[in-house]
Design a protein around this ligand. Structure first.
Ligand code: RI2
Length: 321
Protein backbone atom coordinates (compact mmCIF):
# COMPACT_ATOMS: atom_id res chain seq x y z
CA UNK A 1 0.00 0.00 0.00
CA UNK A 2 1.34 3.47 -0.78
CA UNK A 3 2.44 5.33 2.40
CA UNK A 4 -0.05 8.16 1.64
CA UNK A 5 -2.83 5.60 2.23
CA UNK A 6 -1.37 4.35 5.50
CA UNK A 7 -2.33 5.83 8.85
CA UNK A 8 0.37 7.78 10.71
CA UNK A 9 0.71 4.86 13.15
CA UNK A 10 1.05 2.36 10.28
CA UNK A 11 3.84 4.44 8.78
CA UNK A 12 5.72 4.39 12.10
CA UNK A 13 5.19 0.63 12.33
CA UNK A 14 6.53 0.27 8.77
CA UNK A 15 9.65 2.25 9.72
CA UNK A 16 10.16 0.10 12.81
CA UNK A 17 9.76 -3.17 10.92
CA UNK A 18 11.82 -1.82 8.01
CA UNK A 19 9.15 -2.26 5.35
CA UNK A 20 9.91 1.47 5.01
CA UNK A 21 13.69 1.83 5.12
CA UNK A 22 16.73 3.77 3.98
CA UNK A 23 17.92 6.79 5.92
CA UNK A 24 16.42 9.43 3.64
CA UNK A 25 13.15 7.58 3.20
CA UNK A 26 12.50 7.14 6.92
CA UNK A 27 13.04 10.89 7.38
CA UNK A 28 10.56 11.72 4.63
CA UNK A 29 7.99 9.19 5.79
CA UNK A 30 8.26 10.24 9.44
CA UNK A 31 7.62 13.82 8.30
CA UNK A 32 4.63 12.64 6.25
CA UNK A 33 3.28 10.66 9.24
CA UNK A 34 3.51 13.75 11.44
CA UNK A 35 1.67 15.83 8.83
CA UNK A 36 -1.10 13.20 8.48
CA UNK A 37 -1.35 12.99 12.28
CA UNK A 38 -1.65 16.81 12.51
CA UNK A 39 -4.48 16.76 9.96
CA UNK A 40 -6.37 13.94 11.66
CA UNK A 41 -5.90 15.14 15.25
CA UNK A 42 -6.62 18.83 14.67
CA UNK A 43 -8.01 20.65 17.67
CA UNK A 44 -8.67 24.29 18.42
CA UNK A 45 -6.83 24.38 21.75
CA UNK A 46 -3.33 25.11 20.54
CA UNK A 47 -1.54 24.02 23.71
CA UNK A 48 -3.20 20.61 23.64
CA UNK A 49 -2.68 20.35 19.88
CA UNK A 50 1.03 21.11 20.12
CA UNK A 51 1.42 18.63 23.00
CA UNK A 52 -0.19 15.92 20.86
CA UNK A 53 2.15 16.67 17.97
CA UNK A 54 5.16 16.62 20.30
CA UNK A 55 4.11 13.28 21.69
CA UNK A 56 3.70 11.82 18.19
CA UNK A 57 7.14 13.19 17.33
CA UNK A 58 8.61 11.32 20.32
CA UNK A 59 6.94 8.09 19.15
CA UNK A 60 8.40 8.59 15.68
CA UNK A 61 11.88 9.13 17.14
CA UNK A 62 11.65 5.86 19.07
CA UNK A 63 11.08 3.74 15.94
CA UNK A 64 14.70 3.72 14.73
CA UNK A 65 17.36 5.39 16.83
CA UNK A 66 20.43 5.67 14.60
CA UNK A 67 19.58 7.63 11.45
CA UNK A 68 19.43 11.34 12.28
CA UNK A 69 17.33 11.78 9.15
CA UNK A 70 14.31 10.72 11.15
CA UNK A 71 15.08 13.39 13.75
CA UNK A 72 15.72 15.96 10.99
CA UNK A 73 12.42 15.07 9.27
CA UNK A 74 10.19 15.48 12.30
CA UNK A 75 12.18 18.40 13.71
CA UNK A 76 12.01 20.37 10.46
CA UNK A 77 8.29 19.53 10.23
CA UNK A 78 7.64 21.19 13.60
CA UNK A 79 10.06 24.08 13.03
CA UNK A 80 8.58 27.35 14.26
CA UNK A 81 5.56 25.55 15.74
CA UNK A 82 5.61 27.27 19.12
CA UNK A 83 5.48 30.70 17.43
CA UNK A 84 2.18 29.95 15.66
CA UNK A 85 -0.75 32.12 16.74
CA UNK A 86 -3.50 29.57 16.29
CA UNK A 87 -4.05 25.88 15.64
CA UNK A 88 -5.04 26.70 12.05
CA UNK A 89 -1.73 28.49 11.57
CA UNK A 90 0.12 25.61 13.18
CA UNK A 91 -1.47 23.04 10.88
CA UNK A 92 -0.64 25.15 7.84
CA UNK A 93 2.96 25.43 9.01
CA UNK A 94 3.30 21.68 9.61
CA UNK A 95 1.94 20.95 6.12
CA UNK A 96 4.25 23.46 4.45
CA UNK A 97 7.33 22.35 6.44
CA UNK A 98 6.68 18.71 5.66
CA UNK A 99 6.14 19.30 1.94
CA UNK A 100 9.29 21.41 1.78
CA UNK A 101 11.37 18.85 3.66
CA UNK A 102 10.26 16.00 1.39
CA UNK A 103 10.75 18.00 -1.78
CA UNK A 104 14.19 19.23 -0.72
CA UNK A 105 15.17 15.70 0.21
CA UNK A 106 14.30 14.37 -3.27
CA UNK A 107 16.04 17.29 -4.94
CA UNK A 108 19.15 16.74 -2.80
CA UNK A 109 19.43 13.15 -4.08
CA UNK A 110 19.21 14.41 -7.70
CA UNK A 111 22.01 16.92 -7.12
CA UNK A 112 24.16 14.32 -5.33
CA UNK A 113 23.66 11.99 -8.31
CA UNK A 114 24.96 14.69 -10.69
CA UNK A 115 27.97 15.56 -8.54
CA UNK A 116 28.72 11.95 -7.65
CA UNK A 117 28.71 10.96 -11.32
CA UNK A 118 31.28 13.66 -12.06
CA UNK A 119 33.50 12.26 -9.35
CA UNK A 120 33.32 8.68 -10.69
CA UNK A 121 36.24 8.03 -13.07
CA UNK A 122 35.93 6.69 -16.64
CA UNK A 123 35.67 2.87 -16.86
CA UNK A 124 35.17 2.73 -13.13
CA UNK A 125 34.98 -0.45 -11.15
CA UNK A 126 33.00 0.49 -8.06
CA UNK A 127 32.06 -1.13 -4.80
CA UNK A 128 28.99 -0.29 -2.74
CA UNK A 129 27.31 -1.73 0.31
CA UNK A 130 23.76 -2.08 1.61
CA UNK A 131 21.22 0.01 -0.32
CA UNK A 132 21.69 3.75 -0.47
CA UNK A 133 19.36 5.75 -2.71
CA UNK A 134 21.94 8.50 -3.01
CA UNK A 135 24.85 6.18 -3.89
CA UNK A 136 22.72 4.18 -6.35
CA UNK A 137 21.54 7.42 -8.00
CA UNK A 138 25.14 8.58 -8.49
CA UNK A 139 26.15 5.20 -9.94
CA UNK A 140 23.17 5.14 -12.33
CA UNK A 141 23.94 8.68 -13.49
CA UNK A 142 27.60 7.75 -14.13
CA UNK A 143 26.41 4.66 -16.03
CA UNK A 144 24.21 6.86 -18.25
CA UNK A 145 27.37 8.82 -19.03
CA UNK A 146 29.10 5.58 -20.08
CA UNK A 147 31.56 5.60 -17.19
CA UNK A 148 30.79 2.43 -15.22
CA UNK A 149 32.53 -0.83 -16.08
CA UNK A 150 31.32 -2.85 -13.08
CA UNK A 151 29.74 -2.42 -9.67
CA UNK A 152 30.47 -4.89 -6.89
CA UNK A 153 27.67 -4.82 -4.34
CA UNK A 154 27.84 -6.57 -0.98
CA UNK A 155 24.94 -8.72 0.09
CA UNK A 156 24.73 -6.84 3.42
CA UNK A 157 23.73 -9.38 5.99
CA UNK A 158 21.60 -9.76 7.98
CA UNK A 159 18.76 -7.98 6.11
CA UNK A 160 20.40 -8.35 2.68
CA UNK A 161 19.58 -4.86 1.43
CA UNK A 162 22.29 -5.57 -1.19
CA UNK A 163 19.65 -7.59 -3.02
CA UNK A 164 17.69 -4.38 -3.55
CA UNK A 165 20.81 -2.61 -4.83
CA UNK A 166 21.73 -5.29 -7.37
CA UNK A 167 18.16 -5.41 -8.67
CA UNK A 168 17.96 -1.61 -8.96
CA UNK A 169 21.28 -1.47 -10.82
CA UNK A 170 20.48 -4.41 -13.10
CA UNK A 171 17.10 -2.85 -13.98
CA UNK A 172 18.95 0.26 -15.15
CA UNK A 173 21.36 -1.84 -17.19
CA UNK A 174 24.36 -1.21 -14.91
CA UNK A 175 26.84 -4.14 -14.93
CA UNK A 176 26.68 -5.48 -11.39
CA UNK A 177 28.15 -8.37 -9.40
CA UNK A 178 26.91 -9.33 -5.98
CA UNK A 179 29.45 -10.52 -3.43
CA UNK A 180 29.10 -11.84 0.10
CA UNK A 181 30.23 -9.46 2.81
CA UNK A 182 33.49 -11.27 3.69
CA UNK A 183 34.63 -11.09 0.02
CA UNK A 184 35.32 -7.35 0.12
CA UNK A 185 39.06 -7.60 0.74
CA UNK A 186 39.42 -10.31 -1.91
CA UNK A 187 37.90 -8.00 -4.52
CA UNK A 188 39.37 -4.68 -3.39
CA UNK A 189 42.37 -5.04 -5.74
CA UNK A 190 40.07 -4.42 -8.74
CA UNK A 191 38.11 -1.52 -7.23
CA UNK A 192 38.68 2.11 -8.34
CA UNK A 193 36.30 3.72 -5.87
CA UNK A 194 34.09 2.72 -2.97
CA UNK A 195 30.84 4.65 -2.94
CA UNK A 196 28.36 4.28 -0.08
CA UNK A 197 25.54 6.15 1.66
CA UNK A 198 25.20 7.30 5.26
CA UNK A 199 22.61 7.27 8.00
CA UNK A 200 24.23 9.89 10.19
CA UNK A 201 27.40 12.00 10.10
CA UNK A 202 28.79 13.00 13.49
CA UNK A 203 30.41 16.29 14.45
CA UNK A 204 33.89 14.72 14.14
CA UNK A 205 33.15 13.65 10.57
CA UNK A 206 32.59 9.97 11.42
CA UNK A 207 30.16 8.24 9.08
CA UNK A 208 27.51 6.05 10.64
CA UNK A 209 26.30 3.58 8.04
CA UNK A 210 25.29 -0.06 7.65
CA UNK A 211 27.25 -2.53 9.75
CA UNK A 212 30.44 -3.53 7.95
CA UNK A 213 30.98 -0.14 6.29
CA UNK A 214 33.93 0.61 8.58
CA UNK A 215 35.63 -2.66 7.59
CA UNK A 216 35.18 -1.78 3.92
CA UNK A 217 36.69 1.65 4.59
CA UNK A 218 39.64 0.10 6.38
CA UNK A 219 40.30 -2.26 3.47
CA UNK A 220 39.96 0.61 0.97
CA UNK A 221 42.40 2.64 3.06
CA UNK A 222 44.87 -0.25 3.09
CA UNK A 223 44.81 -0.40 -0.73
CA UNK A 224 44.61 3.40 -1.22
CA UNK A 225 41.20 3.12 -2.88
CA UNK A 226 39.14 6.34 -2.58
CA UNK A 227 36.22 5.97 -0.16
CA UNK A 228 33.38 8.33 -1.01
CA UNK A 229 30.12 8.89 0.87
CA UNK A 230 26.88 10.23 -0.64
CA UNK A 231 24.89 12.08 2.03
CA UNK A 232 22.30 14.84 2.10
CA UNK A 233 23.04 17.66 4.53
CA UNK A 234 20.22 16.66 6.89
CA UNK A 235 22.25 13.53 7.68
CA UNK A 236 24.75 15.66 9.61
CA UNK A 237 23.75 15.38 13.24
CA UNK A 238 23.51 18.60 15.30
CA UNK A 239 22.89 16.39 18.32
CA UNK A 240 26.46 15.11 18.27
CA UNK A 241 27.69 18.71 18.61
CA UNK A 242 26.18 18.70 22.09
CA UNK A 243 28.10 15.62 23.13
CA UNK A 244 25.46 13.02 22.33
CA UNK A 245 26.82 9.78 20.95
CA UNK A 246 25.01 8.29 17.95
CA UNK A 247 23.00 5.37 19.35
CA UNK A 248 23.68 2.18 17.40
CA UNK A 249 20.49 0.23 16.78
CA UNK A 250 20.58 -3.36 18.00
CA UNK A 251 17.89 -5.36 16.18
CA UNK A 252 16.13 -8.64 16.77
CA UNK A 253 18.51 -11.66 16.88
CA UNK A 254 16.02 -13.52 14.68
CA UNK A 255 17.27 -11.39 11.77
CA UNK A 256 20.56 -13.33 12.13
CA UNK A 257 19.52 -16.88 13.09
CA UNK A 258 16.55 -18.76 14.43
CA UNK A 259 17.48 -18.91 18.16
CA UNK A 260 15.46 -22.12 18.62
CA UNK A 261 17.87 -23.91 16.31
CA UNK A 262 20.84 -22.66 18.34
CA UNK A 263 19.96 -23.28 22.00
CA UNK A 264 22.34 -21.65 24.45
CA UNK A 265 23.79 -19.29 21.79
CA UNK A 266 23.71 -15.53 22.24
CA UNK A 267 23.36 -13.28 19.20
CA UNK A 268 24.54 -9.70 18.78
CA UNK A 269 22.93 -7.78 15.91
CA UNK A 270 24.16 -4.17 15.76
CA UNK A 271 23.04 -2.83 12.39
CA UNK A 272 25.30 0.22 11.99
CA UNK A 273 28.91 1.11 12.68
CA UNK A 274 31.08 4.23 12.62
CA UNK A 275 33.76 4.84 10.01
CA UNK A 276 36.37 7.32 11.28
CA UNK A 277 36.77 10.51 9.23
CA UNK A 278 40.39 9.70 8.36
CA UNK A 279 39.21 6.83 6.13
CA UNK A 280 36.80 9.05 4.19
CA UNK A 281 38.08 10.91 1.11
CA UNK A 282 34.98 12.95 0.37
CA UNK A 283 31.34 13.42 1.24
CA UNK A 284 29.11 14.30 -1.70
CA UNK A 285 26.29 16.53 -0.47
CA UNK A 286 23.74 18.69 -2.29
CA UNK A 287 25.76 21.77 -1.36
CA UNK A 288 29.05 20.44 -2.69
CA UNK A 289 31.74 17.82 -2.27
CA UNK A 290 33.33 18.30 1.11
CA UNK A 291 35.91 16.68 3.40
CA UNK A 292 34.42 14.92 6.45
CA UNK A 293 36.03 17.52 8.70
CA UNK A 294 33.65 20.17 7.28
CA UNK A 295 30.78 18.71 9.32
CA UNK A 296 30.66 21.84 11.51
CA UNK A 297 30.08 24.17 8.55
CA UNK A 298 27.37 21.92 7.17
CA UNK A 299 25.41 21.90 10.42
CA UNK A 300 25.64 25.69 10.69
CA UNK A 301 24.59 26.03 7.05
CA UNK A 302 21.67 23.65 7.50
CA UNK A 303 20.33 24.62 10.90
CA UNK A 304 21.84 28.02 11.71
CA UNK A 305 24.21 28.92 14.55
CA UNK A 306 21.46 28.67 17.19
CA UNK A 307 21.46 24.89 16.96
CA UNK A 308 25.01 24.80 18.29
CA UNK A 309 24.08 26.58 21.52
CA UNK A 310 23.44 24.13 24.31
CA UNK A 311 20.71 26.31 25.88
CA UNK A 312 18.80 26.15 22.60
CA UNK A 313 19.07 22.40 22.44
CA UNK A 314 17.87 22.10 26.03
CA UNK A 315 14.75 24.05 25.07
CA UNK A 316 13.91 21.14 22.87
CA UNK A 317 15.57 22.09 19.56
CA UNK A 318 12.21 22.00 17.82
CA UNK A 319 11.37 25.61 18.53
CA UNK A 320 13.03 27.78 15.95
CA UNK A 321 14.97 25.70 13.50
P1 RI2 B 1 19.84 6.47 1.66
C1 RI2 B 1 20.30 2.43 5.11
O1 RI2 B 1 19.83 2.04 6.36
C2 RI2 B 1 21.71 1.98 4.80
O2 RI2 B 1 22.57 2.01 5.92
C3 RI2 B 1 22.08 2.99 3.74
O3 RI2 B 1 23.46 3.05 3.49
C4 RI2 B 1 21.55 4.25 4.40
O4 RI2 B 1 20.29 3.86 4.96
C5 RI2 B 1 21.38 5.46 3.52
O5 RI2 B 1 20.35 5.28 2.60
P2 RI2 B 1 18.68 0.91 6.58
O6 RI2 B 1 17.36 1.64 6.66
O7 RI2 B 1 19.34 7.58 2.55
O8 RI2 B 1 18.73 -0.11 5.49
O9 RI2 B 1 21.01 6.91 0.81
O10 RI2 B 1 19.03 0.30 7.93
O11 RI2 B 1 18.74 5.83 0.85
Amino acid sequence: MSPEKLSPEEILEGIKKMTIRGAAEIGRKASLALRLFAEREFEADMVKYLAKLESFREKALATRPTAVTLWSGVTKTLAGASAANSSEELLKLVKRNSEEFIERSHRAVEIIAEMGARRIPQDAVLLTTCNSTAAVAAIVKAHEQGKVKMVYATESRPKRQGWITVRQLAEKGVPVTMIVDPAVRYHMKRIDMVIVGADTIASNGAIINKIGTSQIALIAHERRVPFVVCAETYKFSPRTFHGEMVPIEERDPREVIDPEKFPGVGVSNPVFDATPAEYVDAIITEVGIIPPFAAYEIVVHNFGLEILRLEESEKGMTDDL
